[in-house]
Design a protein around this ligand. Structure first.
Ligand code: PAN
Ligand code: ZN
Length: 176
């Protein structure tokens, strides 16, 4: 991909849609093993396989020096008592940090290091959450409306989902 010319995209703070973005959807069937109660997750998949989240990304070259950005629209919902969440990942480039700006809804970012240290940062409209290098991150919607946030991260960050699929985050956010 060539270096882009300067440009501006339009972000709708309400829906999270970006006019120039490429979108992808994650349904529950894409992430059954992320939830503790996998029997409950499989039953929900059979009953209609709900949409869990969409990501709308502004595409730029995936190289050092570029900045990727995207909105995530995470649906409210639960599998058993565990809130809907993103898959979560480490960046392949461990030096790559990230910023999340909360636009709508209420939730949290769950983070962990490779050594298993865990942290949780609240995310709501107006929050600016800082994800330091080397911290895996997952967002969780603890509210009753969509959780919408805007993410900015280095073009060469990359996604390591496998470590999280294998090891999880070491903590789960549940309805009490
Ligand atoms: C975010 C995430 C987005 C979806 O843009 O990619 O919220 O979560 P998963 O990628 O874990 O499915 C980000 O952290 N990018 O680096
Ligand atoms: Zn990330």
């Amino acid at each position: 991909m060539d270096d882009p010319r300067p440009f501006a995209s339009m972000l709708d703070f309400e829906t999270g849609h970006i006019d120039t973005a490429v979108s992808k959807s994650r349904h529950l069937s894409d992430m059954v093993s992320a939830y503790e109660d996998q029997d409950a997750a499989r039953a929900m998949v059979e009953q209609g396989d709900p949409l869990v989240y969409e990501v709308h990304e502004i595409e730029v070259p995936r190289r050092n020096g570029q900045l990727l950005s995207s909105t995530t629209v995470l649906q409210p919902g639960r599998v058993g008592d565990e809130y809907f969440m993103t898959k979560g990942h480490f960046h392949v480039n461990e030096a790559a940090a990230e910023i999340y700006v909360g636009l709508r809804g209420t939730g949290a970012v769950v983070l962990r290091t490779r050594d298993g240290e865990v942290d949780v940062v609240e995310l709501e409209a107006g929050s600016i959450a800082y994800i330091p290098p080397s911290w895996a991150h997952r967002t969780v919607n603890t509210g009753e409306e969509e959780l919408v946030f805007y993410a900015i991260f280095p073009g060469d960050a990359g996604y390591d989902y496998e470590t999280i699929e294998r090891e999880g985050f070491g903590t789960r956010l549940r309805a009490t």
